[in-house]
Design a protein around this ligand. Structure first.
Ligand code: LLP
Length: 472
């Protein structure tokens, strides 16, 4: 295979060329709630014309609709508070925003203001959450290979939980806790064997992967016993995360039953009833509008509340406090990426048809997901309306790889041309957070828009930023 050939291309998979659902208020979930078209056909977000955003801030740029993100965070907080209320026979719930999807100081502050806690997985994410003023007690720390420095920072700031991912980590956390003279609140990450999610690299709870401690092999139980034997560790609960971009809630129920079972077994055999259970994140969203409905926070909360209530009744154990860790479903739909179109090229296809390649000024450096997971996206002409006959288009980036694809297949107006703005919706999760400097392309800014005003959350990287790291 030539070095620049994407493996998926060998199979010449034909993606359907469907137009983006129009941002006209139809609740497809693909566009943020503040996105629509102005009278002249140009896209507007939160009262701002994207042409003005492009003029002032350049492209590519991630445009984040603050009200949309806040509303999704608030919907989670409300739905879980209601579904897990004591009046509903449950013991309350906490929602942790998974910062890996996208974290900046402002976003951490907003989700905290909307009643969420913050889930971090590295020292970097932890530092941003702390800088935002999120109290340590409202922060969780994950990671399959946490460094001592990360553990020290977490325990010095009194994080609410450290999620233990391996047996050797138990000794490490205990040693750091002892050194600092604190008791570390820990959870055990349990792999339940439930395999869910769109792509193998995103699925995390089957056996042959690096995360967590297996339930079936007895490793999870061993971790529990080892933690209980250490006075410097406080075992507050069990944790399960089964994957990401999951649209069907059935897998969460199976995993919940498995961890609740282990909790009951531990209580019966050791007398230690863990007060909490975390059921992870992973709720899917709409990227193209054609993937079927995404679960709402209320549907997720009531489904989980139901299974927790029933399972604990069957097991005869008191209900735990529940937590979840959604990332993508809070930030993903809030953001679109704004690109400027450069080269437009038409190619002949083997089937006799034609495809229009629309090159934009970004690509796999600002959205690696199509290349990494064959993720599907949509796109729409943003700087104007057009009544031109649609053509079968593929949106590609400016990088030196044929796998540098932004949108595999989408119907775009046939008059799309150099200088047009193109918007790709639902890029808020794992877009900027997985962005790279491939081909030494500076990473785009994140612009928050609200009530007709834009604010830079993360500024555009410059060539000078890149050169500043190069010691020459
Ligand atoms: N909690 C844990 C322990 C996780 O590992 C993850 C995601 C989440 C919560 C949040 O999941 P979410 O609600 O965002 O699906 N880069 C991939 C996704 C990797 C997810 C890793 N873990 C992608 O772009 O699809």
């Amino acid at each position: 295979m030539p070095h620049d050939q994407h493996p998926a291309q060998a199979e010449a998979v034909e993606a359907p060329a469907l137009p983006a659902p129009e941002p006209d208020g139809t609740p497809t979930g693909v566009w943020s709630t503040g996105t629509g078209r102005g009278a002249d056909g140009a896209l507007r977000v939160a009262g701002l014309d994207v042409r003005d955003l492009a003029r002032e801030h350049g492209t590519p740029a991630y445009v984040l609709d603050e009200a949309d993100l806040r509303a999704r965070a608030r919907a989670y907080a409300t739905a879980f508070a209601e579904a897990f209320a004591p009046e509903a026979g449950l013991a309350g719930a906490d929602v942790y925003y998974a910062g890996k999807a996208f974290l900046s100081v402002a976003v951490a502050r907003w989700v905290h203001e909307e009643g969420l806690r913050v889930d971090t997985a590295t020292g970097g994410e932890l530092a941003v959450a702390l800088r935002a003023g999120v109290p340590g007690a409202g922060i969780g720390l994950h990671g399959n290979n946490k460094s001592d420095a990360e553990l020290v920072t977490a325990l010095e700031h009194g994080v609410g939980r450290i999620v233990v991912d391996s047996l050797p980590e138990i000794d490490r956390v205990a040693a750091v806790a002892e050194r600092l003279g604190v008791v570390a609140p820990v959870m055990v990450r349990v792999t339940t064997g439930v395999h869910a999610g769109g792509h193998q690299f995103i699925a995390t709870a089957h056996e042959d992967q690096k995360f967590g401690l297996s339930l079936t092999s007895g490793a999870a139980r061993k971790a529990v016993d080892e933690i209980l034997a250490r006075p410097g560790l406080d075992l507050i609960g069990l944790h399960s995360h089964i994957g990401s971009q999951i649209l069907d809630l059935a897998g969460f129920a199976v995993a919940a039953r498995a961890v609740l079972g282990l909790r009951a077994e531990v209580a019966a055999q050791t007398g230690h009833l863990m007060p909490e259970v975390d059921l992870g994140g992973g709720y899917g969203i709409a990227y193209t509008g054609h993937e079927g409905p995404a679960p709402t926070p209320a549907q997720i909360a009531t489904t989980l509340a139901d299974v927790v209530r029933r399972t604990c009744a069957e097991l005869g154990t008191p209900v735990p406090r529940i937590s979840v860790e959604p990332g993508r479903s809070i930030v993903g739909p809030s953001t679109l990426t704004l690109y400027t179109v450069g080269t437009v090229k038409e190619v002949a296809l083997d089937d006799g048809g034609r495809r229009t390649y629309v090159s934009v000024d970004g690509g796999m450096s600002d959205n690696i997901r199509p290349a990494l997971y064959e993720a599907e996206y949509s796109a729409a002409l943003a700087s104007r309306g057009s009544a031109a006959e649609p053509v079968r288009a593929r949106v590609v980036g400016k990088h030196c790889e044929s796998g540098d694809i932004v949108v595999h297949g989408v119907a775009l107006p046939g008059d799309v041309r150099d200088g047009d703005l193109l918007a790709v919706p639902a890029t808020g999760a794992y877009g900027r957070s997985m962005a790279s400097n491939y081909n030494l392309v500076p990473r785009p800014p994140v612009l928050a828009v609200r009530d007709g005003a834009a604010r830079v959350l993360v500024r555009r990287e410059t060539i000078e930023d890149l050169l500043a790291l190069d010691e020459g």
